[in-house]
Write a protein that binds this ligand. Structure first.
Ligand SMILES: Nc1ncnc2c1ncn2[C@@H]1O[C@H](COP(=O)(O)OP(=O)(O)OP(=O)(O)O)[C@@H](O)[C@H]1O
Ligand SMILES: [Mg+2]
Length: 265
């Protein structure tokens, strides 16, 4: 086999995107005259996973809203590429509660985000079944939401967010209402899912172990001085292989390090 020929100066064909999926430059956010969070910088590329941790009320959910463009920053800029005219969306969100419509079957719930994307009914159906398969619920497509367990409903919420093939997937404490066993299972599923999606992921959690388990980078938000806006205190790169992270000797020390950073705020 001969090597593919690339014209001089052209990027190799394997490089699909060199610009960030999301780029926030020195953003400050808040409500009215109050600034909750200041000086946030975040450039996120396709397939990258950033976890955001910090005390309750520090501004994690507010940051996600600003990164989606739903909340205008008080200063600074957020670039998130526009939805292209190709049946995808720039971003989608998974919340703590699955927020399913009880009067729509599972598949119809997953199809929700696909409405308005110019897809035919058959295309919408097909596009809903793929992520349902990814989260292991294709056999439940015609069920009503109330006949599913809490964990299964949350997986439907994840499938719905994936169906639009987002460039950025935002997850705001998606597993925090689940029992420990289901939570562990969904964490493993998310690790597997990361390999099958191009999306960049921003994942908010209270659970530091979860953040270190899943992320490439952990961004710690905190208030260094009372009455001052919170800031990014530190961003730690987690350079551990994703499989079996919990069992690696470096795992627990990293968790303790993040805990110490938060404890010092
Ligand atoms: N719509 C709003 N109007 C005024 N203040 C708000 C509004 N939404 C949030 N806040 C305030 O902004 C701060 C950050 O809230 P946010 O919901 O982002 O925190 P959080 O880090 O997500 O907390 P938690 O971990 O409890 O979910 C809080 O002090 C909150 O009271
Ligand atoms: Mg929140």
């Amino acid at each position: 086999m001969t090597a593919p020929v690339t014209p001089a100066g052209a990027p190799p064909s394997t490089v699909t995107s060199v610009s960030p999926a999301l780029n926030a430059r020195d953003i400050s956010l808040g409500f009215g005259d109050t600034t909750v969070l200041a000086g946030v910088e975040l450039a996120l590329y396709s397939r990258e996973f950033v976890a955001v941790v910090g005390a309750s009320g520090v501004g994690k959910s507010t940051l996600l809203r600003a990164l989606t463009g739903l909340l205008a920053p008080q200063s600074g800029e957020v670039d998130i590429p526009d939805g292209k005219d190709d049946g995808t969306r720039a971003w989608s969100m998974v919340f703590q509660a699955p927020r399913l419509f009880p009067w729509r079957r599972v598949r119809a719930n997953v199809e929700l985000g696909l409405e308005g994307l110019g897809l035919s009914r058959a295309e919408r159906r097909e596009r809903a079944m793929q992520p349902l398969m990814l989260v292991g619920l294709d056999a439940y497509a015609e069920r009503w939401p109330h006949t599913l367990s809490g964990g299964q409903q949350q997986r439907v919420g994840i499938a719905r967010a994936l169906a639009v093939r987002p460039r950025v997937l935002f997850m705001d404490e998606p597993f925090s209402s689940l029992d420990a066993i289901t939570r562990r299972r969904l964490q493993q599923e998310l690790i597997a899912l990361r390999r099958r999606t191009e999306a960049a992921i921003v994942f908010v959690t209270h659970d530091i172990e979860e953040a270190v388990l899943l992320a490439d980078r952990v961004m710690v938000l905190g208030n260094q001085e009372a009455d001052q806006p919170a800031r990014v205190v530190e961003t730690l790169g987690i350079n551990l292989p994703l499989d079996e992270r919990r069992d690696l000797p470096d795992f627990a020390p990293l968790v303790r390090r993040v805990e110490a950073i938060i404890g010092n705020q």
